[in-house]
Every structure is written in C-alpha cells, then in structure tokens.
Design a binder for this molecule. Structure first.
Ligand SMILES: *[C@@H]1O[C@H](CO)[C@@H](O)[C@H](O)[C@H]1NC(C)=O
Ligand SMILES: *[C@@H]1O[C@H](CO)[C@@H](O)[C@H](O)[C@H]1NC(C)=O
Ligand SMILES: *[C@@H]1O[C@H](CO)[C@@H](O)[C@H](O)[C@H]1NC(C)=O
Ligand SMILES: *[C@@H]1O[C@H](CO)[C@@H](O)[C@H](O)[C@H]1NC(C)=O
Ligand SMILES: *[C@@H]1O[C@H](CO)[C@@H](O)[C@H](O)[C@H]1NC(C)=O
Length: 539
C-alpha cells in the first residue's frame, strides 16, 4: 500500500514537474535576428580571415553554417527582401538604395515580417538601421509592425555623433543632421556613444525586461561594419600586424561586432531565454573592398552580382536545431527568412502578396534538401557601378559620376548577333541581371566591378592601391558559370552550354515580364531638416 502510494506520489511529482517543461518546449521560440552591414565573405574567422571572430565562430560551430546562402548586393534591397519575402522586381525597388531625400519607402501595401510575427503573438522589437524609407510617418518601423524601435533611418552615419551629411541636390547644399530615434522621437542624448555598444545595450535591455508571456522577436540591424571606418582604439590593439590602415580599423570594427553578438547571446542566457531561442546571424551584402572589407577568393564586391556581392555569411544557432554542428550547402536566400520565421512562430503568411521565399526550416534544422531550385539575383535596367567615383566625390573631389570605365563590355560577343547563337528569348541582355538555377548562374549586362580583390595581407606591398586581379578573358554580355564547381567564377561556360543559357534567358524574360515599374524618384528638397533638425519624415 505504502509502496503504491509512494509510486503514485512519485508519478504525480514527476508529471507535475514534467508538465511545465513540456508546455515550455511547445511554446513558439524566441527569434533573434542579427543583421551585419557590409560584412564580407573573407572577414569571418571560419572562412580563414586574419580577423578574429571567436563568438561568431563558436556560435556557428554549435549551429548550422549556411555556405550556399545568398543576400542582395546592397543594403536596402536585402532588408527589403528580408522584410517582405519578395524579390525586388515585385516591389519596384530593383534599383539602388533609398537615398535620404528620396520620397519613397517599401510600398505600404506590403505586409512586413514584424506584422506577421505580431499576429502570431510575438512581442516585436527593432534596434539599429532601418533604411527602408522614412519620408512619411507611415513608413517608420513603429508603423510597420515593431512594438518598439531604437536606431537610425538612413543608410549610414557617424558611429559616435549619429550625424549624417547629405548633399541635397535641388537645394545645392550639404546638410549634416542627427539621425537617431527612440520610437518616433528624435534621440538627442547619445552623442559620443559608439553605436555598436549603444545598440547592444538597447538589445540586451529589451532581453532583460522581456515579459515571458509572449515570445520575443528581436531584430538587431547593427551599423557594424559599414563605413565610415570608426572604432574605439581598444578593438584595434590586437591588429597591429595589419599594416593597411583601412583593413586594420575594419578588423577592429569586426571585433566590436563579434563582442556585440557575444553580449546579446549572453544576455539571452542570463535572462533564461536561450533554451527556447533561435538566433540567426546574417550579413546584408558582400564586403566593400574600398572600405576595409574583403570577399577573397570570391569575385567582385558589394554592389555587384558576382559572388563577392551576393554570397553572404550566415548561420543559425541555438538549442532547438535538430542537426547542430553542421554545414548546410543547400541554396538559401534572404527572402526565405520571412516564411521560415513565420513558420517557426506558428503563424501564417496570410495577407502577404505572393512570396518569392521558401520555408527553409527543414533544410536548416534537419538537413533536408532545399525547396529552392532557382534564385533571381536581380534585374536592374538602370544599373551603374559608380562606387569608386562616389567615393572620390565624398572625399571632396569635384567629379561627375558616370558609369566607370570598367563598364566596357565586349559587345561583339552579343549572343544574338555574334558568334554565339542562343535560342531567341527576347530578354534584353544589355540589362544588369543574374539568375541562378541549381548549380548554374547566368549574368547579363555589366555585373559590376569584376576583379578578384585579395586582402591587403596577400598583396605585395600592403599600401599599394587596391591590387585587384583581372580576368584574362574579356567580359561578355552573357556569362555562364557552374557555381558548385567554380564559386570563384573563373571558367565562363556560355559557349559550351548554350542550352543552359537559352533556358536561363527564358527564365529571366519570364521574371522581367512580371517586374513592377522602377520606383526611384528625384530628391525632394522638403527633406531638409534645417540647421537644428534631424533626418526624418517630412511629407
Ligand atoms: C552650388 O553652390 C556652390 C557654393 O556652395 C556654388 O559654387 C555653385 O555654383 C552652386 N551650383 C549651382 C548649380 O547653383
Ligand atoms: C559587452 O559587454 C561588456 C561587459 O558589460 C562591455 O564592457 C562591452 O562594452 C560590451 N561590448 C559591446 C560591443 O557592447
Ligand atoms: C486568411 O485570411 C482570410 C481573410 O482575412 C481568412 O478568411 C482566412 O481564414 C485566413 N486563412 C488562414 C489560414 O488564416
Ligand atoms: C536594353 O537595356 C539597356 C540597359 O538597360 C537599355 O539602355 C536599352 O534601351 C534596352 N534596349 C531595348 C531595345 O529595350
Ligand atoms: C533551340 O530550340 C530547339 C527547339 O526547341 C531545340 O531543339 C534546340 O536544342 C535549342 N538549341 C539550343 C542551343 O538551346
């Protein structure tokens, strides 16, 4: 009798203690998404960089490293696709970033990721860079699904003063003003606070005060490691052996970012949230080699459709992964996060427009095959790679920025008129475009700076120019690469595989037919915040 009682007592205690654990495990996970800015392929420890990233290495080693993962080549487009799950051609935002005085934002009839997470019962918070438009209040993060927001609205600024200088074309004046907000209010009290530390502190304070009745969705869009090259001296100290000044400062900025990710993870553990958290780390585009970043051995850089522009660093970590400690070589794209995360949240994508992204949770967590066979990198008929020129202008040189001299392509190789005869697709191959199907990647038009740019440490003389390596083959209007075998895009195969070229040109034409007209308005002089104001909504 006593024995039975004891067993019953034991069982009830056992089930009582089990019950909360089981319901805990069933709760939707907390989701923390950390987006780095301009973080290059060759800038993370586990890709063999000379830059040390112990936290990123450790967290990714316990998670799943995404090694066939793609982002867009510049800031606004990547963030746009992250938030909408849709290609740029479907939002009219296929050209460029949103400049501070341009009166547009991600179309207001697009339903964004935080709105869907909120509908799934999440508390939704954002810290850091928005860059999805702000000319009117309805465009702000707090009006687009985030319960709270602390950060800056434009694409870049000073890391300490949080001021952004903009040349307002129609006014012919350069205005420098604050760009930092707490919610919708201008935040004036943070001058001198280095943004990586400031944003980390804001993120960890959200984690500490998070009420656990709702799951947490936290989007941390760090300023790191975008130009300007600024970092507290202590982060640079370990890199005295790097002689190139830009690269050394950039390395310090990466270290600060690595520490930020470590601090955010630690605070999730301290708050008891970690056991039910999925943490994603991703860059927004390839590294800018003119500003310290590097993508070696990949070709090109930020702003190009070469792998150096679009193959991104990314990993997922946390105790909920079923296949921890693995490397995924499945094709995954930044537009996939919306359906993946909403799925994890137990929510629905009801109310979005047709998605281009796929739910990749089975691929990431269980190592299943990716549902994505094809990836439209972009089609941008207005593309010009003016970066080197823009930089000269920013440094005070009085130059007009046209397409730079690298944009020359060998038009005698025009497929329809030259020696290569592809089946007619009607796709205008002068347009800057790229598409991927399984292992194949097709590029048309001018893809952007086409060099392979080694890190300064691999160059003969550390401070000599950019030391790019040029291809021995001229560029062509249509180029085909087998990315699985040739991720460095060295072996151009269009002449050998015309049937693949024809197929991919038809796919490009299919996409171009459904492309929205491009939204890219001229600067609105009403953006001017005046001598004492701050950048923000003006319409
Ligand atoms: C713009 O302003 C500068 C001086 O700030 C002046 O030299 C220049 O002529 C102006 N350009 C135009 C087009 O008004
Ligand atoms: C990380 O936390 C430590 C200890 O609180 C702090 O000193 C450091 O500044 C933090 N780093 C960042 C990048 O926020
Ligand atoms: C989707 O939304 C429509 C209209 O609001 C609603 O009728 C339908 O039940 C929803 N479906 C799901 C799966 O939530
Ligand atoms: C083809 O695209 C280029 C680049 O966008 C453009 O300049 C040209 O006008 C287009 N040609 C035709 C026939 O549409
Ligand atoms: C062109 O199309 C025809 C008919 O569809 C096909 O038989 C041929 O193989 C194609 N050629 C190439 C190079 O794709």
């Amino acid at each position: 009798m006593d024995g039975v009682k004891l067993i019953l007592q034991f069982l009830s205690v056992f089930f009582l203690s089990l019950h909360p654990i089981r319901s805990e495990a069933k709760r939707p996970p907390n989701i923390v998404f950390i987006l780095a800015d301009d973080f290059g392929w060759n800038d993370i420890g586990y890709h063999g960089s000379e830059i040390k990233t112990p936290n990123l290495d450790r967290l990714s080693a316990k998670g799943v490293r995404l090694e066939n993962y793609y982002v867009q080549p510049i800031c606004t487009p990547s963030r746009n696709q992250l938030m909408t799950g849709r290609y740029q051609i479907h939002t009219g935002m296929q050209h460029q970033i949103i400049w501070p005085c341009q009166p547009y934002c991600v179309p207001l009839d697009e339903k964004l990721l935080p709105q869907l997470m909120r509908e799934a019962g999440y508390a939704t918070h954002m810290v850091g860079k928005w860059h999805l438009g702000m000319f009117q209040k309805d465009c702000l993060p707090t009006r687009r699904g985030f319960d709270t927001y602390f950060g800056y609205l434009t694409g870049s600024e000073d890391y300490y003063t949080h001021h952004r200088c903009v040349h307002i074309q129609p006014l012919n004046l350069t205005r420098c003003a604050l760009d930092l907000r707490d919610g919708e209010e201008v935040a004036t009290a943070y001058s001198g606070a280095y943004s990586t530390e400031l944003f980390t502190e804001k993120a960890t304070s959200i984690i500490k005060t998070h009420k656990t009745d709702k799951p947490l969705f936290l989007y941390v869009a760090l300023q790191s490691v975008h130009a300007p090259l600024q970092v507290p001296e202590r982060y640079v100290t370990p890199y005295q052996s790097i002689q190139n000044h830009n690269r050394r400062t950039y390395a310090g900025m990466v270290s600060a970012m690595d520490e930020a990710v470590g601090n955010i993870t630690q605070s999730l553990q301290d708050a008891g949230l970690w056991d039910n958290t999925v943490l994603i780390f991703s860059t927004d585009n390839g590294g800018q080699t003119l500003e310290g970043g590097n993508n070696w051995p990949l070709r090109g850089r930020k702003l190009t459709l070469w792998e150096g522009g679009v193959r991104g660093i990314g990993f997922v970590t946390g105790p909920l992964l079923e296949n921890p400690g693995t490397v995924s070589r499945e094709l995954i794209h930044i537009s996939d996060w919306l359906p993946t995360l909403v799925g994890l949240a137990g929510g629905t994508t009801n109310g979005t427009k047709p998605l281009d992204g796929f739910d990749q949770w089975g691929t990431i967590s269980r190592g299943k095959a990716s549902p994505r066979l094809e990836l439209l990198h972009n089609i941008d008929p207005l593309y010009e790679d003016t970066t080197p020129c823009e930089l000269r202008k920013r440094r005070g040189k009085n130059v007009r920025c046209n397409v730079d001299h690298w944009a020359r392509i060998d038009s005698t190789r025009e497929p329809q008129s030259g020696p290569l005869k592809f089946n007619k697709s009607n796709f205008n191959v002068s347009m800057h475009a790229a598409i991927r199907y399984k292992n194949w990647k097709l590029l048309t038009g001018y893809p952007g700076c086409h060099y392979w740019i080694p890190p300064p440490s691999l160059r003969g003389s550390e401070n000599s120019g950019s030391g790019p390596v040029e291809s021995t083959e001229p560029l062509k209007t249509v180029m085909l690469f087998n990315i699985d075998e040739d991720p460095e895009e060295k072996n151009e195969l269009s002449a050998k595989r015309p049937e693949v070229v024809s197929f991919l040109l038809r796919r490009l034409q299919h996409y171009q037919k459904e492309a929205q007209p491009i939204t890219y308005p001229p600067d609105d002089p009403k953006c001017d915040p005046g001598p004492t104001g701050a950048w923000g909504p003006w319409a």
